[in-house]
Design a protein around this ligand. Structure first.
Ligand SMILES: Cc1ncc(C[n+]2csc(CCOP(=O)(O)OP(=O)(O)O)c2C)c(N)n1
Length: 374
């Protein structure tokens, strides 16, 4: 296994001193190490494409090779700026991509990672991006880093280092500042779901929000037909919900979003606001972190989602912190002419024994479309 400190020191000896990206569970030790040690030379980006652009800007100003880290789920977000900005046929900008390889062929992973895991390397090949897999022992790993950085510098192009599961040694992050929110995300989800009508549709975002929604409905013996679990496609749940709300104006459609996911494609709020759909109801469960991949900070506690969406044309937006106020607020959200939003402040973390959906995405979709057709 590789120690994060060694890895970052190798990079730094070769002139890499800026790091950005979107966190990933396989890269968790590196993400936390950078958060603790790289100061303002480490920025958690809104999405992976934004990370590439941010890194390009840093290169333009310094001539240095920046590092962009991502889970391979975010590879799609990087394709546009890699091909139309950093590519040798355009501005020829050297970048060091560090990619967590979920769904690697031959390993077992969640359904949303299988196809992406299969095509990650061929996408890099198609984009003409030189790549290596990070070897798990220090000497080989260092060679991978040296070789790739040499290519990036001399040929002035993006290169990619793929990271398999358990390549980095665990790293214990310094204690995060206490957030002091009273509710757990799971309690919030339970209260919200309990206040909905059985004809309401729920579209939930990627990660533990969907898992907790599924788990709760399982526990109380409710079916899952009214929920669409957006297991991949982080940041797109609100637009899925909007598509449904537009097609079925008599049905209340709720989007259960995360702060990281909301920030990832926040432009969607402008489209929701401009469309003015009365039946669109947005809930943001804000814990200020990317909890589902380990708890790396987002900008979620530094922005006002309620002000943002109101400025985008939502009719109303509330922020709630106390569990005893939540049910009433959800009732208000239901009766409010939309698009409307409720921001619920929640603690970080989740139950250690939280399950995963037992149904496949296709089964989920079939039950949901049957529900919508009724
Ligand atoms: C495009 C993309 N980038 C990264 C990921 C990895 N990922 C899955 S869930 C998640 C964190 C989501 O954070 P948030 O929306 O704030 O919800 P929380 O987990 O905190 O409840 C990340 C980064 C992904 N699935 N897709």
């Amino acid at each position: 296994m590789i120690r994060c400190q060694d890895f970052v020191e190798w990079l730094s000896a070769l002139g890499v001193d800026f790091y950005t990206g979107v966190p990933d569970s396989l890269l968790k030790p590196v993400c936390f190490y950078l958060a603790d040690h790289a100061g303002d030379k480490h920025v958690v980006a809104a999405n992976e494409g934004g990370g590439v652009a941010l890194a390009c800007g840093y290169h333009l100003a310094t001539g240095k090779v920046p590092l962009v880290y991502l889970q391979n789920s975010g590879q799609g977000n990087t394709i546009n700026p890699l091909l139309s900005l950093a590519d040798r046929d355009v501005y020829s900008i050297p970048l060091f991509l560090l990619i967590g390889w979920r769904g690697e062929p031959g390993t077992k992973d969640e359904p949303q990672h299988v196809k992406q895991g299969k095509v990650t390397v061929s996408l890099l090949d198609a984009m003409d991006i030189p790549h290596r897999v990070l070897l798990p022992e220090p000497e080989g790993a260092r060679r991978c880093v040296d070789d790739l950085l040499e290519i990036a510098k001399t040929e002035r192009r993006p290169v990619a280092l793929m990271v398999r599961k358990d390549t980095f040694e665990p790293y214990k992050p310094s204690d995060p500042p206490a957030d002091n929110f009273q509710m757990t995300r799971e309690q919030a989800i339970e209260t919200i779901v309990a206040a909905l009508s059985e004809t309401d549709a729920v579209v939930s975002t990627t990660g533990k929000i969907s898992r907790e929604l599924y788990d709760y409905r399982d526990r109380i013996g409710q079916g899952h037909q009214g929920e669409f679990l957006t297991v991949g496609s982080m940041g797109h749940a609100s637009q899925i919900a909007m598509g449904i709300a537009l097609a079925q104006p008599k049905r209340q459609v709720f989007c259960l979003d995360g702060d990281g996911a909301m920030l990832m494609h926040m432009g969607g709020a402008a489209i929701v606001g401009a469309a003015g759909l009365a039946n669109f109801k947005h809930v943001i469960l804000n814990n200020g972190v990317h909890d589902s991949v380990g708890g790396m900070a987002t900008a979620g506690l530094q922005v006002s989602f309620t002000e943002i969406v109101k400025a985008c044309g939502y009719t109303e937006a509330w922020r709630v912190e106390r569990r005893e106020d939540l049910a009433e607020r959800v009732g208000q959200l239901r009766s409010q002419r939309g698009p409307a939003m409720l921001e619920v402040m929640v603690q970080r973390g989740a139950r250690a024994d939280l399950g995963r959906p037992k149904t496949s995405p296709i089964e989920n979709k079939t039950a949901f479309t049957d529900f919508l057709s009724r």
